[in-house]
Design a protein around this ligand. Structure first.
Ligand code: SAH
Length: 247
């Protein structure tokens, strides 16, 4: 089954953009995923193909019209694919959500511009709002490409090395351990000796420990979550007794 992505945008020339290069671009050429770009302006109104209007209630900027956006969405063969609206108000995108999306038939992505989209089409077409992070872009195109890049690299046959995906950041609920490569000494700094010891068990233990320490220091939120809901014991331990009595 080919993963099908449809991007609705006012800037179709922005695609495939970064989705045309490297492993993601190669995968598209191999037919491992398909990209369709729809120009929202095609559904614009009147001679000028108008897609936006002034905000009700006043204020700066313009708002994308609900009728125009809905016409663009309704023109698609949606085939059970989730409809996402890239938006700074959305739920921040996570690797878990990326994994879920990549396991499905594909996605429909609506890229906003201006001040955003008329609220009624978000509700009326059941758009899931997804954010790239707590900052504001000028449009949804970069966010759509980021989301697709994250999904496509997980599709079977896309990444050269499946093991590298299994071990990277977020997969075990932790950030990844540091990496090193030759030269052995660079600006007086050596590669940690354990990594050149040839002892695979020691290497694995060192990496696990580094990943835990790094996550604890940089992302205490992730670290706490990786410890499981009991906040005590090992992450995968099954709690058979009530929480340690320290309640
Ligand atoms: N007025 C809006 C921002 C509009 S930015 C607000 O304050 O919430 C214009 C478009 O850029 C949005 O419609 C959205 O599609 C996209 N965009 C901006 N920031 C984004 C982010 N952090 N994640 C995903 N999409 C974003």
């Amino acid at each position: 089954m080919t993963f099908r992505a449809t991007c609705l945008t006012l800037f179709p020339e922005a695609f495939p953009g970064l989705l045309g290069i490297s492993i993601v671009g190669n995968a598209r050429e191999k037919g491992l995923w398909a990209l369709e770009t729809i120009d929202i302006r095609t559904f614009g109104l009147g001679k000028h193909r108008t897609v936006d209007d002034t905000p009700s209630g006043g204020g700066a900027g313009m708002v994308m019209r609900a009728d125009v956006a809905a016409a663009a969405i309704d023109s698609l063969d949606q085939a059970g694919r989730p409809r996402l609206y890239l938006s700074p108000r959305g739920k921040p995108l996570t690797q878990d959500r990326v994994r879920e999306l990549a396991a499905g038939p594909g996605v429909i992505l609506l890229c906003g511009r201006f001040e955003g989209l008329d609220e009624r089409v978000i509700e009326g077409r059941g758009l899931e709002e997804v954010s790239l992070g707590d900052f504001v872009l000028a449009g949804g195109e970069v966010a759509a490409q980021a989301l697709l890049e994250a999904c496509v690299r997980l599709l079977p046959g896309v990444a050269g090395n499946a093991e590298s995906i299994a071990q990277e950041s977020f997969e075990g609920g932790l950030l990844e351990h540091p990496h090193y490569t030759r030269p052995q000494i660079w600006e007086g700094k050596e590669i940690p000796a354990v990594l050149t010891s040839g002892d695979h068990a020691k290497v694995a233990a060192w990496r696990r420990n580094q990943a835990e320490e790094l996550t604890k220091a940089r992302r205490p939120d992730l670290y706490a979550a990786s410890r499981g809901p009991t906040a005590s014991g090992s992450p995968n331990s099954v709690r058979t007794t009530p929480r340690d009595g320290k309640t």
